[in-house]
Design a protein around this ligand. Structure first.
Ligand code: SF4
Length: 330
């Protein structure tokens, strides 16, 4: 793709403003002491209103469906979100977020991580929105609340200051940026990259389909931080030609693709660790279906690669630059 065509493509996407969605449906009003049932569509409606339109209508309806609902209920979660948002709107410093900003690691992802609201903050989403695993987590009001809270923090100066303070406090060598969600705008991407540059001892890595935002910033001559590595994930709305251009950015480690595998590999959990029985057979099929030389993701991020006797995470390793990584769809 030539520079002129690329610029036209970037400009086209930058001009696409988010569309206003329909109002909340009356028949979604729920009963019982948990308040109304919040479907994925309704959660997204509430998130879009709060993040894009400064409208609190749907969030208020959820709260009003049971104003005394417990802190873990849908009304309780939106009560916390609205209270935080009202403080953010004053412009005064925010002492505490509605939910923790960074999530502590677990056995599968043993690093601190940051997420925001999937779909709402995924400008590059395409086919992936049909199978997005983040949406499954929205069955849990607190999981949705954690994502939405960060989406709102990022859109306010006081919220970004709070994220920056939390980032500065992290005692870690590695951070995964965006488990759920993605860079929602070019300015959001610039802000993160500058923040990452401020802590050169922390290696940050992630996956993104916000390729318009990356290329737009790159075309400005932006200097990327050396401590961030990007994986180009599949399922985006963008053409192959754009993926090729993205592969050449200095921050791009390489591709991360999902390929079909037989159900037996999922049923026996062989895809979840390179130490599980059956992993070799699973890896063989992933390589065959990828149709090219790939490193096979074994699902446990702190232990998928051994470098100089140490267990490492392939997606965040400089030594894995240019190597496609493939995983079986599950
Ligand atoms: S390749 Fe390694 S670091 Fe990347 S997703 Fe798979 S397990 Fe995690």
């Amino acid at each position: 793709m030539g520079a002129g065509k690329l610029q036209a493509y970037v400009t086209h996407f930058e001009r696409m403003a988010p569309n206003r969605t329909r109002g909340v449906r009356k028949n979604e009003r729920g009963k019982g002491n948990q308040g109304m049932k919040v479907t994925k569509e309704l959660a997204l409606e509430a998130g879009r209103e709060l993040a894009w339109f400064k409208c609190k209508e749907t969030a208020r309806r959820i709260i009003e469906s049971n104003p005394g609902g417990s802190v873990g209920s849908w009304p309780g979660v939106f009560r916390k979100i609205l209270a935080m948002l009202e403080t953010l709107e004053t412009g005064k410093p925010l002492e505490k977020p509605a939910f923790k900003v960074f999530a502590k690691g677990n056995s599968k992802l043993p690093f601190w991580s940051f997420s925001s609201m999937a779909i709402l903050d995924c400008p590059g989403r395409g086919e992936c929105s049909k199978w997005c695993y983040s949406l499954k987590s929205w069955r849990n009001p607190n999981a949705l609340g954690r994502q939405l809270s960060n989406s709102l923090l990022l859109r306010h100066a006081a919220g970004r200051e709070l994220i920056a303070r939390e980032f500065a406090k992290l005692e870690t060598e590695t951070v995964r940026l965006y488990v759920d969600g993605d860079f929602h705008s070019k300015e959001n991407l610039r802000w993160w990259m500058d923040l990452i540059r401020s802590r050169p001892s922390v290696a940050v890595y992630g996956y993104s389909k916000s390729w318009v935002e990356f290329l737009s910033l790159h075309l400005e001559g932006f200097t990327w931080p050396s401590n961030y590595l990007l994986n180009l994930s599949g399922g985006s709305r963008h053409p192959e030609s754009m993926r090729v251009v993205m592969s050449g950015l200095p921050v791009t480690r390489g591709e991360f693709v999902a390929v079909q595998v037989d159900r037996e590999h999922l049923a026996n959990h062989s895809y979840q660790s390179r130490r599980n029985d059956g992993f070799k057979d699973y890896a063989k099929q992933v390589r065959a279906n990828a149709g090219k030389r790939v490193f096979v993701c074994s699902g446990t991020c702190g232990d998928c690669l051994t470098v100089k006797g140490k267990n490492r995470h392939a997606c965040g390793m400089e030594s894995m630059r240019g190597v496609p990584i493939a995983i079986g769809m599950h």
